[in-house]
Design a protein. Structure first.
Length: 502
């Protein structure tokens, strides 16, 4: 069943249940109210009857009796109102009765009456049937329910009479029936109004859900630019806002996937190109050596070329493997404390030849010893990539590698005076396969677009930070921080070797 009809049924069920409860409560309270009103009216009639008919001895103000003419007049008047009464003497015998109205008064009732209590009750009594002219036709034809009051009257603290006044319950039921008919009409009107309001509310609710359903179908087709309108703060609009956030996230993810795919394709093309060149060189030299086509004096140089190209292939393969291991969380760090200054000097010495080819100056600005807590091989890999990156994008400039101790770790900076980067390049420099300046790609150093991505992820695995500041034409500065043992994450296995390497 569709939600719209469920909503309508829900409104109808709630309204019918509510009206049923109200009707039962109303019928019960109305019946009690009618009986109380009837008893109150019968009490008033009894009081009027006694006041109009009672006779006193003027000489001593004592009760003398009742006036028969007055009783008959009141009896006829009350009979027209379907009220019957009977008067009893204190001796429990009947003094006067209207239409043979004879209520039963038990001994227990007489005790209550003598104590001054008025009795209210419903009971079946023989009904009185009349001829069209008003004369009594027959007595005790059938029993009809009646309600009555039995009330005592005193004079000078002495019981002088007991009056029983009653009327048929049918009179009460007629009033009750009319009230229930009015209630049924009101219930029908309330149900119609509830259905109308339920229809409007259900249409509004399902309309908003239909809009969200339409937007979901658009997203399923790949259109992530759709948004549902949110005007209020109810649960559906909360769902709509979450839906819009999901659409934005999917759009951003799709854009990121597209960029990653483009970079991956470029990387594959670059990797194929980088592999093809050294492999072609190696193959050509091997053929020359095989056919003894290379002069003896050039063999050493040819072997050196093969060694360099082999190293390039190894770097490319290692970078690719490292990137995948980090992405799949397969890297385990073997951290320990060692002297970073000595390792930085070794790196600068190793890369000096590459810097000389670009006419760059490499220098280390560091205290005699700076202790760092890191995985030795990964630290060397990170700093090697950063310094190599600086050499690649700097010509005829200065590259400064500095190290210092901070409160909770060691900080390293690699500053160059190269081409620098703009804001867009800075924003994307850590992405896999991204190259800030493809026109300056230098295959001599195996630049593949994943080196800086690996650097950032390795630093994060150490619990450290890496930032870069750059301006186009002014150079770039990479800042790295490695936390000490007490502040480093505990997720990876650390070495028990805590000695400091000199």
């Amino acid at each position: 069943m569709k939600m719209f009809y469920r909503q309508m049924l829900a409104f109808l069920a709630v309204m019918v249940t509510l009206m049923a409860i109200l009707s039962i409560s109303f019928a019960h309270s109305t019946t009690n109210m009618l009986y109380r009103q009837t008893w109150g009216q019968l009490t008033t009639d009894a009081d009027s009857l006694i006041q109009d008919s009672i006779q006193y001895d003027v000489s001593n103000s004592s009760f003398k009796g009742f006036a028969a003419q007055s009783l008959m007049s009141n009896a006829n008047l009350l009979a027209k109102q379907h009220v019957h009464f009977a008067i009893y003497k204190p001796e429990k015998n009947k003094y006067y009765t209207s239409n043979d109205f004879s209520p039963r008064i038990s001994k227990n009732d007489w005790k209550k009456l003598k104590a001054g209590k008025t009795i209210h009750r419903k009971i079946d009594y023989p009904a009185v049937s009349r001829k069209p002219n008003g004369d009594v036709k027959s007595k005790y034809k059938r029993n009809l329910p009646m309600t009555e009051i039995i009330r005592p009257y005193f004079s000078n603290h002495r019981l002088i009479a007991v009056v029983a006044a009653g009327t048929f319950v049918s009179t009460i039921n007629d009033s009750k029936r009319q009230m229930m008919i009015n209630l049924m009409w009101a219930t029908a009107l309330a149900v119609i109004c509830a259905l109308f309001l339920g229809y409007l509310l259900s249409r509004q609710l399902t309309g908003r859900l239909h809009k969200m359903q339409k937007a979901a179908r658009n997203i399923a087709r790949g259109n992530y630019d759709v948004h549902v309108e949110t005007k209020t703060n109810d649960e559906i609009d909360d769902l709509g806002r979450d839906f819009n956030q999901m659409a934005d996230s999917l759009k951003a993810s799709e854009e990121e996937i597209r960029k990653q795919e483009e970079r991956r394709e470029r990387f594959m093309a670059d990797a194929a190109h980088e592999m093809r060149t050294p492999l072609t060189t190696i193959n050509g030299i091997l053929e020359g050596l095989a056919y003894d086509a290379i002069p003896e004096e050039d063999k050493a140089h040819s072997i050196k070329l093969m060694q360099d190209d082999t190293a390039r292939l190894i770097r490319l393969v290692n970078n690719t493997l490292d990137s995948e291991k980090i992405r799949t969380n397969q890297i385990t760090l073997n951290r320990k404390e060692f002297d970073a200054t000595a390792e930085l000097k070794n790196l600068v010495e190793q890369l000096q030849q590459k810097a000389d080819k670009k006419d760059d100056q490499l220098q280390v600005d560091s205290p005699q010893m700076v202790v760092v807590y890191a995985d030795y091989d990964r630290f060397v890999q990170v700093m090697f990539n950063i310094i190599t990156n600086a050499i690649q994008f700097t010509e005829h400039g200065l590259i400064t590698v500095s190290a210092s101790r901070l409160a909770h770790g060691a900080e390293f900076k690699v500053a160059d005076t190269g081409i620098g980067m703009n804001k867009d390049q800075l924003h994307q420099i850590w992405d896999r396969f991204y190259k800030a300046d493809r026109s300056r790609m230098n295959t001599q150093y195996g630049e593949s677009g994943i080196g800086l991505s690996i650097v950032r992820q390795l630093v994060k695995l150490h619990g450290g930070k890496i930032d870069v500041a750059s301006r186009p034409g002014k150079g770039s500065t990479f800042t790295l921080f490695f936390p000490d043992r007490d502040y480093a994450p505990k997720g990876n296995v650390d070495s028990d070797d805590h000695q400091t390497n000199q």
